[in-house]
Design a protein around this ligand. Structure first.
Ligand SMILES: C[S@@+](CC[C@H](N)C(=O)[O-])C[C@H]1O[C@@H](n2cnc3c(N)ncnc32)[C@H](O)[C@@H]1O
Length: 315
């Protein structure tokens, strides 16, 4: 039984890679964290061509993972893979092991493509690469609906959602994040996509210290909020999400859209719906964006939640 499950998962990952590669597009290929693959709950696998990037979240018996990666490395030439790296998130400093290839793509900036747009990434320098691949459907949605809109992108990180708003024809985009390096990366992402800089602005500050300035740049037709679940002192979903909506509700245009994200497995959709019902009773839920198939989770409520609300005026 255990052996057949193991083989099934191996085959699934190998099939995914075989279908997908070679490709220049960055993508999550396997989401063990979704809990659907027994014994693989602590492993995610992503592709940042030409690198296969494996994240191990908790200490596990790595022998079956090693078997799988051996098989992947046998196909490396055919699939355009030059390096396979393993990041161990459960160890201090998130050390990275070179499983295949060399160190040449570690801690260096390189570009990847997703849905036709380019992004700078760096594997190994920080915990995160610079592009959260699980948000790909969010980026697609933002790009589709941003035409002529004035967009506020809160917790922008490297501004991938803001870049998509600009690519989708937004009239203006304001990106805000307290991490200066992330904002700098956002400016570089805008530049490599040649989207013009006059429509897009960047604020490298704590959102709660900039409420007045951010609101002055409104009103906004689309407010995006993609906060961390918990970041010491900076943001705690349970404590601060309501405060966030209260601070920025005055800057929403008539009929504005809100894209509210929640990536905490412990809090479900109801958490966001209740918040909005209390702070913005005039906002109606329009849809929950579907996660990409690869992100399938044993619990819908635990997986990434991206809810779209629309302000409805009475006139
Ligand atoms: C989940 S990431 C956002 C990902 C981003 N939306 C994307 O699509 O790539 C959360 C970000 O929130 C930022 N952050 C956390 N608390 C903040 C605060 N109080 N003010 C500004 N930025 C904050 C962090 O620096 C981090 O970049």
């Amino acid at each position: 039984m255990a052996l057949s499950l193991l083989n099934m998962t191996n085959n699934l990952v190998l099939n995914q890679l075989a279908q997908y590669l070679p490709s220049s597009e960055a993508k999550r290929i396997f989401h063990g964290r979704g809990g659907l693959f027994e014994g693989w709950e602590q492993v995610n696998i992503e592709v940042y061509p030409p690198v296969v990037w494996v994240i191990i979240y908790q200490k596990i018996d790595e022998s079956k993972l090693y078997d799988l990666l051996e098989q992947v490395s046998e196909q490396a030439d055919q699939w355009g893979i030059e390096n396979i790296y393993l990041q161990r998130r459960f160890m201090s400093g998130n050390p990275v092991e070179v499983f295949f290839g060399d160190e040449s793509m570690l801690e260096v900036d390189f570009q990847v493509v997703e849905q036709g747009l380019k992004y700078w990434v760096n594997l190994g320098k920080n915990q995160n690469s610079g592009l959260f691949l699980d948000m790909c459907e969010g980026r697609r949605w933002v790009r589709e609906i941003s035409g002529n809109k004035s967009v506020l992108n809160l917790f922008s990180y490297t501004c991938s959602l803001g870049i998509n708003a600009a690519a989708g024809g937004a009239q203006s985009v304001v990106n805000v994040d307290m991490a200066k390096a992330a904002i700098k990366r956002g400016q570089q992402n805008l530049s490599i996509n040649e989207l013009g800089s006059s429509r897009v602005s960047f604020i490298a500050q704590d959102i709660f210290k900039m409420v007045k300035k951010i609101n002055q740049k409104g009103p906004y037709d689309l407010l995006i909020a993609d906060p961390p679940s918990f970041q010491s002192k900076a943001f705690d979903v349970r404590r601060d999400y309501m405060k966030l909506l209260e601070k920025f509700k005055g800057a929403l245009a008539k009929n504005a859209l809100l894209m509210l994200c929640l990536n905490s497995p412990a809090l479900g959709e109801a958490f966001l719906k209740e918040l909005v019902a209390e702070v913005l009773p005039e906002a109606k839920l329009v849809e929950r964006l579907s996660n990409p198939e690869v992100l399938a989770d044993s619990s819908e409520d635990a997986s990434l939640k991206v809810l779209i609300f629309k302000m409805e005026s009475n006139e």
